[in-house]
Design a protein around this ligand. Sequence first.
Ligand code: MG
Length: 257
Amino acid sequence: MQKRAAIPCLALPLLALASLPRLDGAPTGYTDTPYLPGGEWRVHDDARPRPPVVRAGVHGGAPSDALVLFDGTDLAQWRSGEGDAGWALLEGAMEVNGTGSIQTRADFGDVQLHLEFATPKVVESNSQGRGNSGVFFLGRYEVQVLDSYENVSYADGQAAALYGQYPPAVNASRPPGEWQTYDILFRAPVFDGEELVSPALATVLHNGVVVHHARELLGATAHKQVAKYSAHPAKGPIQLQDHGNPVRFRNIWLREL
Ligand code: MG
């Protein structure tokens, strides 16, 4: 029965292949297939624009169309308050040094962000006092950075939490001192005047593990309070938090979506 059931599944692609145009410069798609919803493009439409080619980065490196925010050489893309960013540069990384949080000079809305971080190798303190930093989108919405390797803290404050709102689905933390990755898709909230039209959405991969999937944020990050939205511009800076621990960052890039 299994073999008989498989026959139609194989036959359909074979029939389709038989009618495919040749690949020697001839069209690679179709002009006689039904239209997809919306009526603009047919199924396999030969006229449909192909996506632009992007050269993928090597080993977490920036793809060719990314905006590199930090490549280990300088802090030109970052500021602290109205001045230059003052974090330490060492060994191809930037390190929190007590000079305050830093933020990008440019503003962004919907983005794909990649960054790598390492919490201090020498473990001091515990809970929220251990390797605390954070990545804030539009300067308001934090994905927590913390040393959560065998370090218990409240769930919505551990590494990769949407701070004060949602714990990560799993704890994918590496040991202190080791480089870890965040790959974050962030969609900015939309306001109509003071009214929220659509909330912020975050998808977060921690060391390649999905820990939030299109999670709706409750509002701007708050401490000991329920987050809520307040209308703000459509774009804002990416901010990295100085929480008093010498956390390191490297290889930071984003693509605007
Ligand atoms: Mg933090």
